[in-house]
Design a protein around this ligand. Sequence first.
Ligand code: HDE
Length: 710
Amino acid sequence: MTDQPDTHRESSEPAAAPLPRTAPPDPRSPTGVPEPPTAPDARRQSGERLTTAQGLRVDDTDHSLTAGPRGPVLLEDHHLREKITHFDHERIPERVVHARGAGAHGTFRAYGNAASVTKAAFLAEAEAETDVFVRFSTVLGSRGSADTVRDVRGFATKFYTSQGTFDLVGNNFPVFFIQDAVKFPDIIHAGKPHPDREIPQAQSAHDTFWDFISSHTESTHMAMWAMSDRGIPRSYRTMEGFGVHTFRLEAADGTTSLVKFHWKPALGVHSLVWEEAQIAQGADADFHRRDLADAIDAGAFPQWELGLQVMPDTPDETFEGIDLLDPTKIVPEELCPVQRVGIMTLHANPENYFAETEQVAFHVDHLVPGIHVTNDPLMQGRLFSYLDTQLSRLGGPNFAQLPINRPHAPVNDMLRDGMHQTAVHDGIVAYKPNALDDDRPTASPDDGFVTVATPVEGTKGRHHPVSFTDHFRQARLFWLSMTPVEQAHVAQAYAFELGKCASPRVQENMLASLARVDADLASRVATGLGLPVPAGDVPEGVEPSPALSQVPTEPGRVEGRVVGVLVADGADLGAVAALRSALGEEGVVVRVVAPHGGEVASGDASEPVDRTLLTTRSVEYDAVVIADGTAGTPLAADGRTHVLLQEAYRHGKAIAAVGDGTEVLRAAGVATEAPGVHVLDAGSDDAARVLRHDLGMHRAWARLEALAGL
Ligand code: HDE
């Protein structure tokens, strides 16, 4: 590569030496593979001067070339035509699903304890560090849709390992709606906006979605997850992730196990409440994207531990009666604990959304030695779909050469030419075996990827395995595992979603399904819809899995949580500064909210204002403080203050009123003697302590219970 121009770099400088014309190809050199993405030159434009795409310096980019000051624009203006033509082609097709996403770079560090189950080096070698890129997403909405809609979230991780790229293309639910990939177009057609008016956007609350779910009882379990608080995460940082399918791992000694992948967030698993999610769709449609980027910018790097549920590789591929090839089933953690095998830290935001987050291409079939797929029919269909969709989305077969997709392992692939080829392959040999290049590059029977030898037999046919027919047992398991508040949210979510359906038949069909999960659930939803309560047989002897509940038993970590402090000119600003400093030590962000922008002042003290009553909404805060000295100020009289406090109260958030701030709380009609509402004396420095505790518990659960009438 040394005397050839770097084909990836755009520069104002003249090209380097021309391609050598007479030197014979060196048969021992590797093909001219692109520099790995860590080589900065390959990715950057350079030079101080504006140029055309050909490197020609531009004299003026603000005026088209015209014949005279009032004359027609001339076709010969190459700069104008190039600029507009390129702009006309700036957009690429959005993903057919998971179009809306947010990404981040990071590192995965292995603990080394996975060596007993896999020979994949990035998992097996203690302290091995591997670069990663993660893309979180919603599923149904278009690229510009809101973040906080009720939906499944994608959680796709690209591990740039030394043995090649491994992609774990997972979701924040451990199960899927369907058992066979052949139904994927059907469920997505049903979930996407109705094709006549193209509404509703990014919503499952419509007839076609529930028509599909009610007529596919295998979807009942996953729909329970979607209707639970898991469907509206507080943050990407507070989501679990799941590989969903069972994988087959292979250790260095050849033994195999059946394994499910889990991501466990360091901050715990937390969600929004539904009204909050709805408000955020308008108040800050980029709620999750902003939260992730802000946290990384602030140094509150999100972390997840990677966990494995390891099960014996038996001929029937079941565990405790659960068919491990059925993607609508979980293996409860109480039956098979999740063993932590490494930790991922996201520490850098993408520099360019399009280049990285939009162009990244994940594939379930990007595997490394030691990790194998299974015969889960949903997984098998995915093996086809991802490459196929990327060929059209990214415009040809060479998207693996894009910086974000390039493996960090050396590539020598003998794939040639095609649209957007950026490598300059040298030599004349691109076939195997060959004599002209001493049969290079060589295959690696010793440490290459060898498909694990599993027996295959059977009769051809479109089969319906009996072990895939139990559709309600685990839906009930999920329901029984929820606390009363969480159950209330599930019932309310069904009543909302089905309440948005126009077809009574769809509503009745879905109620009939719910009656086979739990009589109380079906009755609550039917009452909400004003329909008769259906009867149904529920599975017997179902044991709950307490690990599925999100209600914490003790306070967790609070980095990146946001506390809003309501102030006005004349308020006790010393206490605000003290609160910021005390909570800042825990990584909590304190934002000053005032009636006006600029600064608030009190005596000699002043504080910069982060948000005004016009630019903020309660959903931006995990807890709210009303400073002493705010009674009788414009803040206290403003109706938006009242709405903010009422919402914080309804959403179970911690509220601390200091000194005469209590009067503001009362004026808003908020109870001062409820769980998680703290009335503190003027001058008290207790706010940081009580908020630290309450933020760690995420919500005042007892208040939410009372509000739900439980
Ligand atoms: Fe996907 N899925 N999927 N999916 N999926 C795509 O690939 C597909 C499924 C998941 O941030 C597409 O490049 C089929 C399960 C994520 O770029 C497409 C089936 C799980 C992402 C596709 C499934 C997922 C995708 C669209 C049924 C969790 C976003 C764009 C057999 C384990 C990745 C693309 C990103 C994206 C097909 C089911 C997760 C069309 C056919 C189950 C996180 O190829």
